[in-house]
Design a binder for this molecule. Structure first.
Ligand code: MN3
Length: 204
């Protein structure tokens, strides 16, 4: 079975005024759909890979046949990264996490504010297309980092908890060249309950 595009879990305009409806519509229905279509098309040449979750393909790119490895990395990464992205945002969100994730952020970064500054700096400062991330590294430590293009933290042995898409397609209609304004607005739509649940799951 080819992979499927999950519907956006809220209306296109649900993240207004922080992320505009037109951007959300194009981003999900055109960009995300294209990653999926390209992934499915590429895997026609290696259909046994459809038996695995797309996340599992990204965890061990060296195990992917060379003929489709770049497609899995780029298109599969785009497919998986965006599913995670939509789920980690929502209306009436923002603020700060609670519980074990909040405690872990204090321990790793000295507080929520320094963490927020660091992820903002990494996301705004990333050169070119890519993502800023909060991930759990292989030793179980929280880390802030970026990946180029559609590379997934899964391919570095990390477990991604929260990603900020800094491709221009994520913000250009509303924010043009002002990536920093988009990232500042994005914090208002982060669903911390979702991120906290990922953290709990990632520790197991
Ligand atoms: Mn995107």
């Amino acid at each position: 079975m080819p992979y499927q595009l999950p519907p956006l879990p809220y209306a296109y305009d649900a993240l207004e005024p922080h992320i505009d409806a037109r951007t959300m519509e194009i981003h999900h229905d055109k960009h995300h759909q294209a990653y999926l279509n390209n992934l499915n098309k590429a895997l026609e040449g290696a259909p046994n890979l459809f038996n695995k979750a797309a996340e599992d393909l990204l965890k061990d790119l060296n195990a992917i046949p060379e003929a489709v490895r770049t497609a899995v990395r780029n298109q599969g990464g785009g497919y998986v990264n965006h599913i995670s992205f939509w789920e980690s945002m929502g209306p009436n969100a923002g603020g700060e996490p609670k519980g074990p994730l909040a405690d872990a952020i204090v321990k790793a970064f000295g507080g929520f504010a320094p963490f927020k500054d660091k992820l903002t700096q990494v996301s705004v400062g990333h050169f070119g297309s890519g993502w800023g991330w909060l991930s759990l590294d292989s030793s179980g430590k929280l880390v802030v980092h970026s990946t180029p293009n559609q590379d997934s933290p899964l391919s570095n042995g990390f477990k991604p908890l929260l990603g900020c898409d800094v491709w221009e397609h994520a913000y250009y209609l509303k924010y043009q060249n002002l990536r920093a304004n988009y990232v500042a607005a994005w914090w208002n739509v982060v669903k911390w309950d979702v991120v906290a649940a990922r953290y709990t799951a990632a520790l197991k």
